[in-house]
Design a protein around this ligand. Structure first.
Ligand SMILES: Cc1cc2nc3c(=O)[nH]c(=O)nc-3n(C[C@H](O)[C@H](O)[C@H](O)COP(=O)(O)OP(=O)(O)OC[C@H]3O[C@@H](n4cnc5c(N)ncnc54)[C@H](O)[C@@H]3O)c2cc1C
Length: 377
């Protein structure tokens, strides 16, 4: 997007249209219900997404608008297909040529699936508090630990995993001594267990994983030993714009459903002031969320990220998706129960939780703002 043009390049708009047509054709209501009920991973649709060329790193805007349009039709299938390359930016930025050859390029071709394993039963928002241990041995490294809520956990070929390699030097430097490693799911000692019964996003695969005496070769350490926290935070500053796009798409999908519902109602229903006001508010909020998301993405994609802006986009778009879901549910009332609207309502919730909860995003924003005050002094 060029400065203040508020227009995406034609190529990106064409991708958006292709993504919307693809999702409307392939994410049929039957399949959406199927994956929501069975909680299976939509692997066949993932392959079609690759064959159609939607997963590309050449122009990240194409992935961003695809995320938006896929989630507009179904966030569960949309996210799980696109997130099959989850964490790829980690290797793009910090991987060795050998790591890229072995893990990144096959993933970007759809031959492998990746995952990011940070959260633990006792450490979610508090990333520095993780207790999985990766220790140097004579032959390489040894991993022991426990990860929780890992997307793609049972279907991924490899995880980008954060573990403690050295005790923190002080209370203030708890984020030191963390190291990032590539760990293959099929290695001895790796035990992923699928978690079922999630509120929403049930087409995504989520797992609890234990690691018992897992041997990790030296060449699978990513970046500098002890610097894993910085790598993960750099990654979150990229991935959060995609979650913002997921939120915008989900909110737009809810508005689409609301309009379909209103089209079936008598004109007198649509003319009620509270319905008109709600429609206007929803439309304005989605437009604002889309604009802040694109602004943050402009910075991220031009290698000039603004972490406060990225957190604002992630926080705001997630809140809007949930607010829009609430308002739409109120207008439709009991008829929404068991409908596609109810599904999007359930799917919206995760946007306020993963890649940093809304509270964590607000803390990032306020810390940055307070820093500016100190700089002025
Ligand atoms: C479906 C799903 C998929 C996921 N996929 C992945 C994945 O692929 N990889 C991965 O590593 N993780 C994943 N996660 C984990 C997710 O990132 C965490 O759930 C999230 O970071 C929050 O951590 P927590 O659940 O431990 O909650 P907690 O961190 O315990 O937070 C609980 C509550 O306290 C609030 N809180 C916490 N700290 C503060 C603070 N300092 N100030 C104010 N409020 C605070 C939070 O906002 C929240 O409301 C996934 C989670 C889900 C549900």
């Amino acid at each position: 997007m060029s400065d203040l043009s508020f227009e995406l390049p034609q190529e990106v708009e064409e991708t958006r249209k292709r993504a919307r047509d693809f999702a409307l054709r392939e994410f049929t209501n039957e399949l959406i219900e199927h994956f929501d009920e069975t909680e299976e991973y939509p692997n066949e649709i993932r392959k079609k997404v690759f064959d159609a060329g939607f997963i590309t790193i050449e122009n990240p805007w194409n992935m961003l608008v695809t995320m938006e349009e896929f989630c507009r039709v179904d966030p569960g299938i949309g996210l799980s297909t696109l997130a099959s390359v989850f964490g790829s930016e980690i290797l793009l930025l910090y991987g060795t040529d050998e790591q890229k050859e072995k893990y990144l390029y096959p993933t970007l071709k759809g031959e492998k699936i990746s995952a990011v394993a940070v959260t633990e039963p006792g450490a979610g928002s508090d990333v520095a508090g993780i207790s999985s241990r990766i220790e140097k041995t004579e032959k390489g490294w040894m991993l022991n630990g426990h990860k929780m809520f890992i997307t793609n956990g049972t279907v991924a070929d490899h995880y980008y995993l954060l573990a403690r390699s050295a005790p923190p030097p002080s209370k203030e430097k708890r984020h030191h001594g963390l190291t990032l490693a590539i760990v293959e799911r099929r290695w001895n000692g790796v035990n992923p267990v699928k978690l079922k019964g999630k509120l929403g996003m049930r087409a995504t695969d989520t797992a609890e994983i234990t690691f018992e005496n897992v041997a990790v070769p030296n060449e699978n350490i990513v970046g500098e030993e002890g610097k894993g926290f910085y790598i993960i935070m750099t990654f979150f500053n990229i991935s959060r714009v995609y979650v913002a796009a997921q939120s915008v798409g989900t909110a737009q999908g809810i508005l689409d459903l609301l309009l379909e519902y209103l089209a079936e109602k008598p004109a007198s229903f649509r003319e009620m002031e509270y319905v008109q006001f709600a429609l206007a508010e929803i439309s304005a909020l989605i437009e604002a969320a889309r604009n802040i998301t694109y602004k943050a993405a402009t910075k991220v994609f031009s290698f000039n990220p603004d972490p406060a802006l990225t957190s604002m986009a992630k926080y705001y778009a997630a809140e809007i998706a949930n607010q829009v879901a609430n308002t739409a549910f109120k207008i439709v009332g009991i008829e929404a129960s068991g409908s596609k609207l109810e599904k999007l309502y359930r799917d919206a919730k995760i946007t306020e939780i993963w890649e940093g909860t809304s509270e964590i995003e607000k803390l990032v924003i306020s810390r940055m703002i307070l820093k500016k005050i100190q700089e002025v002094k």
